[in-house]
Write a protein that binds this ligand. Structure first.
Ligand code: ATP
Ligand code: MG
Length: 393
């Protein structure tokens, strides 16, 4: 029997004690069966929102989702979402249900869900209720739509991306009919809000095993990231070896150009910081290193060191012939030694120069000259050495 966390038992117990049915549902149950770390707990009940509010009147509540039948209840340190059984009515623009109608029983609530693995329920005793053969699909590691896949994707095209995302995250196979419908209905993705697309794409890129799924769904993903069609399989295959989001995202653009990165990133509404990182990454990746310290220092003056480092790591993965271990080690050492690459790292400042009777524009010029001398190892970065060097030049 599966053991439920204490907060979950409290929720189910409170509802049952007051004469209602209550089950934990959705991703929480899936992850529990898979022994994955579980987060957000979802509970389904025949209690109506007003009744849920009444049952949990002694707990902190959130009414944000009340229009959709959901009341958030804080139990111990967790927010648990309690939702009245419902059907999702006809959708508008293949996105969200137009309206919500409450359903008479758990079964209706379960079969509106996207995939069989997400359509399981569990009761207070830890017994699983399975109307869709979801347990078997979890065992066989299969992503399969509940009901007719073409129709389910027509209702809500985000399910196409959720399906690919779950396959990547769980390393599950997408069932044949479900996959066929994904290909056939991929044009519906054009109707989705890009924020929702990006959210799913990000989760895909954060998964362990991407290549087999991306390779099989290139035509689908190309609806929002057409650059995937320019990546040959050999290159795409390396994506699983990339250990960060930035390397994975950058892989799509490494043979493109800055403008294309900006266009795509703006189109996907990627956060500004990530756009900058991606552009920096592109230039760092395409820099030709000559194994000289000063070359790397000049790069460090312009680009964040972690991005230089990561871009070198990507080169090692996808273009080892042009990767330089010497430059990589030099960079690591310089990062460790906190090497001087900017005026603020110098152990001399404007006040010191004023005291030496250097004034006006000459202050900045002298600081620049000091920086250059330190970077070229012509003088040590100590106040005495720098003062002496300034006096001599
Ligand atoms: P995650 O681990 O990412 O939270 P999840 O399966 O819990 O995955 P949620 O978005 O938290 O996903 O949704 C909770 C549950 O609601 C799902 O397990 C599924 O049963 C149902 N659900 C969510 N989105 C959809 C959708 N677009 N269509 C149908 N059912 C959905
Ligand atoms: Mg969830």
């Amino acid at each position: 029997m599966i053991k439920l966390p204490e907060q979950a038992i409290i929720v189910l117990n409170e509802l049952e004690k007051n004469g209602y049915e209550a089950y934990l549902v959705g991703g929480f149950v899936r992850d529990l069966i898979l022994s994955r770390e579980t987060h957000d707990i979802d509970c389904a009940t025949n209690a109506l929102p007003d009744e849920i509010e009444r049952v949990f009147s002694n707990f902190k509540q959130s009414q944000i989702g009340k229009d959709h039948g959901t009341i958030g209840v804080k139990i111990k340190h967790d927010w648990i979402e309690i939702t009245t059984y419902r059907f999702d009515d006809e959708t508008k623009d293949h996105r969200r249900p137009k309206s919500v109608t409450y359903a008479p029983s758990l079964k209706e609530d379960v079969i509106r869900r996207d995939f069989t693995i997400n359509a399981l329920a569990i009761n207070q005793k830890g017994e699983i209720i399975d109307y869709v053969n979801g347990q078997e699909d979890i065992k066989q590691r299969i992503i399969r739509c509940v009901g007719n896949p073409e129709y389910r994707f027509y209702e809500d095209a985000l399910r196409i991306l959720r399906g690919i995302r779950f396959a990547c995250q769980l390393n599950f196979e997408i069932e044949r009919n479900t996959l066929e419908a994904m290909h056939k209905q991929s044009y519906l993705l054009n109707a989705l809000a890009v924020e929702r697309i990006y959210q799913e794409f990000k989760l895909m890129l954060e998964s362990d095993s991407i290549y087999p799924y991306f390779n099989n769904t290139k035509d689908i993903l190309s609806v929002f990231i057409p650059e995937i069609l320019d990546l040959d399989s050999q290159l795409l295959m390396k994506i699983d070896q990339c250990n960060t989001w930035l390397k994975r995202f950058s892989l799509f653009f490494i043979h493109q150009n800055e403008e294309k990165i900006r266009i795509r990133a703006n189109h996907l509404k990627i956060p500004k910081k990530l756009i900058k990182d991606s552009v920096d990454f592109y230039y760092c990746y395409n820099h030709e290193y000559n194994d000289q310290e000063i070359d790397i220092k000049r790069m460090m003056q312009v680009y964040p060191k972690t991005i230089i480092l990561e871009s070198m790591e990507l080169k090692k993965i996808i273009d080892p012939e042009h990767y330089s271990e010497v430059s990589y080690q030099l960079l690591l050492k310089m990062i460790q030694d906190n090497v001087v690459v900017s005026i603020k790292d110098l152990n001399i400042n404007g006040h010191d120069l004023l005291n030496m009777n250097i004034k006006g524009k000459a202050i900045q010029e002298t600081l620049n000259a000091c920086l250059e001398a330190v970077m070229l190892n012509k003088v040590e970065n100590t106040k005495e050495a720098l003062i002496q060097w300034v006096n001599l030049t």
